[in-house]
Design a protein around this ligand. Sequence first.
Ligand code: F6R
Length: 606
Amino acid sequence: MCGIVGILGNAPVAERLIDSLKRLEYRGYDSAGIATLEGGRLTRLRAAGKLKNLEAEAAAHPLAGVIGIGHTRWATHGGPTERNAHPHVAGRVAVVHNGIIENFRELKDALIAGGAVFESDTDTEVIAHLLSVALAAGETPQDALAKTLKRLRGAFALAILIEGEEDLLLAARRGSPLAVGLGKGETYLGSDAIALAPFTNRIVYLEEGDWAVLDRKGVTIFDAEDRPVARPLKVLQSSALLVEKGNYRHFMAKEIAEQPDVIGHTLAYYLDLAEGRAKAPEGLDFAAVERVSIAACGTAYYAGLVGKYWFERLARLPVDIDVASEFRYREVPLKPGGLSIFISQSGETADTLASLRYCREAGQRIAAVVNVPTSTIARESDVVLPTLAGPEIGVASTKAFTCQLSVLASLAVAAARARGTIDAAEEKRLVEALAEVPRLVSQALALEHEIAEIGRRIHKASDVLYLGRGTSYPIALEGALKLKELSYIHAEGYAAGELKHGPIALIDESVPVVVVAPFDSLFEKTASNMQEVAARGGRIILVTDEEGLAHAGLTPAETILLPKMPPEIAPIVYAIPVQFLAYHTAVVNGTDVDQPRNLAKSVTVE
Ligand code: F6R
C-alpha cells in the first residue's frame, strides 16, 4: 500500500507532487508528505489525515525546489501521525517507502547502537539512516543504495532524495511496484503510471529486485546483482482524463454507472457476439486441463467463487478455490501441468502474487484475470485475461468485479465448448444471454432511487445478514462485504441453507436480511429459508424478479425487482443492487465512500 512519487523537474515541483499523490490516494490516505531541495537543502512538509491537510500546509508554507519526492501513507508500523508520515529524513537523505522492512528492528538496534537518533516509529526510517551512514562514510549515492538494499529484508518500493544532489533521484523495487516516467528534460517516479499520467505516458517499469538512478536525461537501471540492465520503454494509452470524477458525487457512483459500458467492452473481447461463439482464449487449452485452482482476495475472491459454479456446471471442470492469504500457506499439492487462475483488480495484491509464485514453482500454467495490464501479476503470468473496466479509483471494487465475472463466464463457456460438455446451440444460447448483460445492468441501474430509499431505512441497523444459494451465495458475500466496508455496519453473507446452523439465532425485528434470490431452480429452497427468517420477525429485503416475488409466499418488508433473465447471467446483474444498497447506506451514514477508514485500494502488504 502507500503511494510514492518523485519528480526531477525544471520548474517548481511541490504542487505537481501533490497532484500526483491525489492520483495515488487510493493506495493509502492516512497521512501524506513531500520533500524538495531548495537551494540544495532538504525541506519537508507532512500532515496527518487526508491529502487535503497536506495541501493546506503547502498553501500556508509553500515549498520551492525543482526536485522532490512525495508519499501518501497506509500505516503499517507506527500510527498515522505527522511524526510517522513520510518522507523520513536522516542526515542528507529523504526517503519515501511503500512496503514493509521485515528486519527493521535489528537494523534499528544496530543503528541506535551506532549513535543514530530516530524520530518516528516506522520501519522506513532505518533506510534513511542506513543511507546516511554510508554517505557519511564517503560512499557515492549509488554505492550507498546498492549496499543498503542488500541489508533490507521484506517488500519495498523506494524513492530517495539526497541533499546536495540537484540532478539525482534514486529508486528501488522489491515486491512493490514502481514506474519510471520519461519526460522532456524531466524524469519521474510513481507507484503506478496513472500517477504520472499528467506528465508523461513514456513509462519504464522496474522489475523485481531492480534499483535505478535517475537524472534529467533519463534513467540507468541495475538488477538485484547490481548489473546494468535494459528494461522496455512502454508508451501507454491511458488518458489522464479517465480518472476524473465528472459530475458524480463519488468515484464509486461513477464506477457503478459505467458498468454497462465496461462489461460490454469486456464481453466483446472474449465473445464473438455476431457468431454466438466464445473466443478460444489464446494460450489456454481447457480440453487438456483436469482441475483448475483459483486464488484471489476479497471481492475478487467472490468473483472466483461464482466462476467455480460456472466452470463446474457448464464445463464439468473441477475448481479448487481459496482466499490467497490461506492458499499460499496451505501447501496445496498441485500436479505439474495444471492450470491456476489468479483474479485481481490491481494486479499487485501481495497474497495473490505470492500464491501465483507458489503455483509457478509447482509447475502450473498461470493465468491472471487482471484490470491493470502493466501490473506485477499480469507481468508474471503466462496468460493475461484482461478485464476492461478502466481505472477503478473507489476503494470498494464495483465495475472491476462485474468485469471479472464477465471474463469468468465467457471463459467457462469457452471451456465447456472445448471440453464438449455443451454443443454449438447451447454455446450460442449462453453467448446471447451474456450479450444481454449490459442492457440488463442498465435496467438495474434505473433502480438506484428506490434502493437509496431502502438504504435510508436500514442505515441505523447494527447488523445486516445477506443470504443466497448457488451463484447468489457469492453475491450475498459480496453484498455484505460492500456494506460493512462502506457504511461500517456489521454485515455477514451466508449460504441460505446454513442459516439454521447458527446465524438464525441473530434474527429479530431489528435485523434486516437481504435475500438475493432470482427465480431459478434453487428459488424454492431459498424461499423456505426466507420463511424461517420471517417466522422470527426478521425484516426481509428480497432481491428477485416478478416470478420470484409471486412465489415468495410472503410479503417482504422491501423488494428490489429485477427483470427476468437466464440464471447463468444473474450473478452479474444482481451485483448492482447490492452495490447500490451499500453505497446509499454509506452516503446516509456520512462515511467516506471512496476512501473508507483503514482500507487501501491496492493491498501490497501481507
Ligand atoms: C472490496 C475490495 C477488496 C479487493 C481485494 C483484492 O470492495 O475491493 O476486497 O477486492 O483487496 O484486491 P485486488 O482485486 O486488487 O487483488
